[in-house]
Design a protein around this ligand. Sequence first.
Ligand SMILES: [Zn+2]
Length: 499
Amino acid sequence: MRAPLTVIHARTLTLDDALPEVQAVLVGGGRVLAVGSADELRAQAPRAEVLDHRDLLLTPGLCDAHIHLVMYGASLGEVNLAGARSVAEVQAKVAQRTVTTPTGTWIRGGGFLLSELGLGDYPTAALLDEVSPHHPVILYSRDHHMTWVNSAALRAAGITDATADPEGGKIVHPLGCLLEGASDLVVAQLPSPTEAEWLAHAKAGADDLTSRGFVSAHTMAYEEPGAPRAVQTLAARGELPLRVWACLPHQRLEHARELGLALAPGGLFQWGGVKFFADGALGSRTAWLHAPGFADGSGTGIPLDPPELIVERGRQAIDLGLTPVTHAIGDRANTEVLDAYDQLRPAAEARGIRLRIEHAQHLRPQDIPRFRGLTASVQPIHLQADAPMIRTLLPHLEAGSYAFKSLQDAGAILALGSDAPVAPPDVRATFAAATTRLDDGGRRLTPGETISDLDVLRAYTRGPALAAGWNDEGIIRPGARAAFTLWDRLGATAQALVL
Ligand SMILES: [Zn+2]
């Protein structure tokens, strides 16, 4: 049992302009009570327990502002293809998994990128059949906008050369890859996790984040209902180590009231956003683009939720006190969402809700000032693999890609995330990507868009808090949640400290 009062003695960056750096923080009842010098605070609370971290740096606690928390937890037990550099490497990893998996049981994996596999075209089912003829296999691309499956998986889903493309998706021929909604044909065949498995996945994801120094997370929709329910259950049982702000898919908005929008009994889970998808992604060439589109001639991408729908349901979301949250990668998708948000702004401002765009990845210069007052939820770590693709597929949009500095200067609130399991929630790599903009090939993507360590810290703590409407987080001042990150130095090794 902790003493009722604690003094943390550490070099402290508060992110409070009134008092940016202090020596110590007094904490009690899960809240910051005072900040100041160590002597002052010890005099104020002589019986407090003292945590001596004088050799460390204390900051507001990290928040991953875009993660699929339960999917990420599940992915920790799947075939990990992140960084795979050839089809042979994928085959070897799948082959290895077949040895320990009962015949007929699904093998799942993810994290590959066509460009990193050295592929100019979509891979076929036959390549996976070579190593897994008896286990159905489904592998997600790193951006989760396509899957690569084998023949056993296609058979299970009843997909043949004659199957028509489903709405919002595309079946690639020769068979093997499914784009966007077409993946659902196979995903629908996967056995649903049991309640115990959902809970285990949620706990694994949350524990992993905590071990990396995070104290909160924004978990995006795009998961089955069992996923957020598991997080809610953990919160209610007092077993959730993080504060979680969750998004509901817009399709379930009608049920929002029944879901209990208020804080769960544990107090750490909150429904906060309603999620829309304006388009696909870069690597799958499904991002929605203005002309001229992809430089390889593969078109202008795939629009998903129509802007009129975003306006209509966005308005309903705001009425319920929920934040519209829209995925937009391509320049056209961003323009369309900004247009839709122009119509939602008055209602959102009246409710104190900050409209939010996820990724905001490739922007026309004229759209950047339109982000003023919005949340730009961005994932610096993705630029490491995307930069080479941007140079070949979107050379005309290079200047407005991952334009963190310009967005910040335009008055957007930056909120950093990983989009795990798309990329690992790697704090060090996120700092490095945002402050150096070095890609995997050692080249810099538009170095003028570099932001400072302190900007990164703010966008990784206070930015997400403001996006979620959590005025008591991401800052160290009296009344704030006592949730911190301790560092050996900023952007290096981080550990969570929640009192
Ligand atoms: Zn995502």
